[in-house]
Ligand binder design. Structure first.
Ligand SMILES: Nc1ncnc2c1ncn2[C@@H]1O[C@H](COP(=O)(O)OP(=O)(O)OP(=O)(O)O)[C@@H](O)[C@H]1O
Ligand SMILES: [Mg+2]
Length: 247
């Protein structure tokens, strides 16, 4: 459902234009209905990979496809929902207007938007706040509004860049429940996270990336079968990569 085939991406950083290999020949194959957790330390390349999937930035080489369609094809967005790492929305919109805007942009009919918007605002617990401008929202509320926006058009593929970030334990559980519900509906979910306990709980498969290189990808059950915790596996991979500096 989601495929990276040998994707590489380099950035030039700062005044010295020092080159950073954000991704090096990343290949991944995520099947329909899978929940995939993308792990890696800060600067590992997770958001770079996600932005490539959303066609917000372009790989130097290799290619990414969703449902066998090149991510450059504009039709892909119809079946993909996306929550960015630091969601930022037009401040004067209310959550209700934000979802209305998202629904309209996805070509949904008025009644469908209203129905879906109510359902999602209820799910992310923003029904009471739905008529307040987003500028009055707390960080967690903006994050939850962003999640509702990502799901407004009932996408088959859901891509979430650190969906639990900035959420309190109740919010984290709520997002977890939504992810599990998406799984129950047969959706494919790709998300990055630093919260290993959540990843352990919700994911079928994880990938660990360090310094732009995918270190491993495996089923959670398989990784934990020898009594390891995900934290142990994660730290082992990060140490084995031998990075001297956090990026
Ligand atoms: N627009 C850019 N210009 C220059 N360098 C960039 C740019 N975007 C990302 N990078 C660099 O690419 C590398 C990967 O960054 P990326 O944002 O993908 O990491 P990440 O795994 O999402 O990290 P985090 O966990 O902190 O969100 C980092 O070294 C980062 O500094
Ligand atoms: Mg990131």
């Amino acid at each position: 459902m989601i495929n990276f085939v040998s994707v590489s991406k380099e950035f030039k950083e700062g005044v010295t234009a020092r080159k950073v290999k954000a991704l090096e020949t990343l290949s991944l194959d995520i099947k329909q209905g899978e929940i995939f957790g993308f792990l890696g330390p800060n600067g590992a390349g997770k958001s770079t990979a996600i932005k490539i999937l959303l066609n917000l930035i372009f790989p130097d080489s290799g290619k990414a496809t969703i449902k066998d369609t090149d991510v450059g094809d504009k039709n892909v967005r119809r079946f993909v929902g996306y929550l960015p790492e630091n969601p930022y929305f037009y401040d004067y919109l209310t959550a209700e207007e934000l979802l209305w805007f998202g629904g309209k942009a996805s070509g949904m009919a008025k009644n469908d938007i209203m129905e879906r918007s109510n359902l999602l605002l209820n799910k992310v617990q923003l029904l009471e706040a739905r008529r307040r401008p987003l500028r009055t929202y707390s960080k967690g509320m903006v994050q939850r509004a962003g999640l509702a926006l990502a799901l407004i058009h009932n996408p088959e593929v859901v891509i979430l860049d650190e969906p639990m970030s900035g959420l309190d334990p109740i919010g984290r559980k709520m997002v977890g429940d939504i992810i599990l519900e998406l799984k129950g509906d047969g959706k494919t979910v790709f998300f990055s996270s630093h919260i290993l306990s959540d990843v352990e709980r919700f994911c079928d498969k994880v990938g660990i990336i360090v310094g732009g290189k995918l270190r491993l990808t495996d089923g959670v059950d398989n990784l934990l079968k020898d009594g390891d915790t995900l934290e142990k596996v994660f730290l082992r991979e990060v140490n084995a990569a031998g990075l001297t500096e956090v990026r």
